[in-house]
Design a protein around this ligand. Structure first.
Ligand code: SAH
Length: 356
């Protein structure tokens, strides 16, 4: 059995463990301060704790469950992507995108994904397992530590890495609360956005959560027939059902929802499809994010040309739908979801480690 992850303990659980060891309860606050404010990567750094306690913590818990497999910086220096190994050897990805005033971190909630979207690199690898809340939070703490060394902070978090966050609902929300908690990482919920393939019952559940996390929905097609192929879960939760859940979400939360739409050349990017999309979203408090597909080796589709992207955008805008085109960030470092893992395993297959 591997040791439990310290980051998976709630404040109450941590306090109970420490008092069980005969430690004063205030040690829990000290340890949480080291973890979530100082971003300590090991107990050795927790110098305000007695040595014997540090030793016991190190013997019984893992403090940082992720080890770096590989990290890539884009040529322009704005995007940094890391592939991390979990204690069981599974791999996940997280990406840092630096903007003028923001440092946005994109993190994973599952190793692999069961949603099977054929254009997505993570979808192509299949589902391995859910991450625990501690493993989700650990991705943020690693980057916070790196940014901290430059005097910078993680300002935004998007749950848009590997996996379907709403299919790992309980652990994802535990992570959100820990990241939001003033005694935890203390990042405003409004600075977090969760992206879903469109799991209707979970969207309904999310609309009742007190934390004001943003919702993004991966739409990618304006009709059921096409969406059934690009986003197979559409067969279970067709567009009418999905949009009804989103409409109710907006009524309950008064928050603007983002729709993501990956433009694929001559598949979902015609002006007629833009009109159909505009009709579908008519009257909704929303925003459309267009992103030309970042083609994966296994995908039969390619990204739309700039010309088609802008024509699609103009059409939506003309219909009164707020729309932006997302910059292709980190395309040179395979920053699309799951792509680094796949590129890395290809490399390992091609060039086996000579020492093995
Ligand atoms: N499972 C969640 C979050 C993961 S991916 C979801 O489906 O929303 C985050 C976004 O990236 C989704 O909109 C997803 O459809 C999109 N995406 C995945 N692969 C892509 C690719 N190769 N090119 C462009 N967008 C991609």
């Amino acid at each position: 059995m591997s040791r439990p992850n310290l980051l998976d303990l709630s404040r109450d659980q941590l306090t109970a463990t420490l008092t069980g060891w005969g430690q004063p309860a205030y040690r829990a606050a000290q340890i949480e301060n080291w973890l979530y404010k100082q971003h300590a990567a090991s107990v050795d750094e927790m110098t305000s704790l007695p040595k014997a306690l540090r030793q016991r913590l190190a013997d019984e818990f893992v403090v940082q469950p992720l080890s770096m497999v590989t990290a890539l910086e884009s040529a322009d220096g704005f995007t940094r992507k890391s592939l991390f190994a979990l204690p069981d050897g599974r791999e996940i990805e997280a990406v840092l995108m630096r903007y003028d005033k923001r440092n946005t971190l994109c993190i994973s909630t599952q190793a692999g994904c069961a949603m099977d979207c054929p254009f997505c690199a993570t979808g192509q690898m299949g589902f391995m397992r859910n991450l625990t809340a501690g493993e989700i939070v650990a991705q943020v703490l690693i980057y916070a530590r790196q940014l901290g060394a430059e005097g910078k902070h993680v300002t935004n978090i998007v749950f848009m890495g590997m996996g379907e966050p709403l299919a790992n609902y309980a652990e994802t929300w535990k992570a959100i609360r820990r990241l939001n908690d003033p005694d935890g990482f203390n990042l405003g919920a409004r600075n977090m956005t969760l992206s879903t393939v469109g799991l209707v019952s979970a969207i309904r559940q999310m609309s009742k959560e007190p934390e004001q996390v943003g919702l993004a929905v991966s739409l990618h097609a304006p009709d059921d027939e096409l969406r059934n192929t690009i986003v197979p879960i559409n067969r279970r939760f067709p567009l009418a059902m999905l949009l009804e859940a989103v409409r109710d979400y907006i009524i309950l939360t008064h928050r603007r929802v983002t729709f993501e739409y990956a433009l694929m050349d001559h598949l979902n990017d015609s002006e007629a499809q833009a009109d159909q999309l505009a009709q579908l979203l008519d009257g909704l408090l929303c925003h459309v994010n267009l992103i030309p597909l970042n083609p994966t080796p296994g995908s039969p589709w390619s990204g739309s040309s700039d010309e088609r992207v802008y024509a699609f955008r103009d059409r939506l805008k003309a219909a009164g739908i707020p729309t932006t085109v997302r910059l292709r960030r980190g395309i040179d470092i395979a920053a699309g979801c799951g792509q680094l893992h796949n590129a890395h395993s290809q490399q390992r297959k091609a060039a086996p480690n000579p020492e093995v």
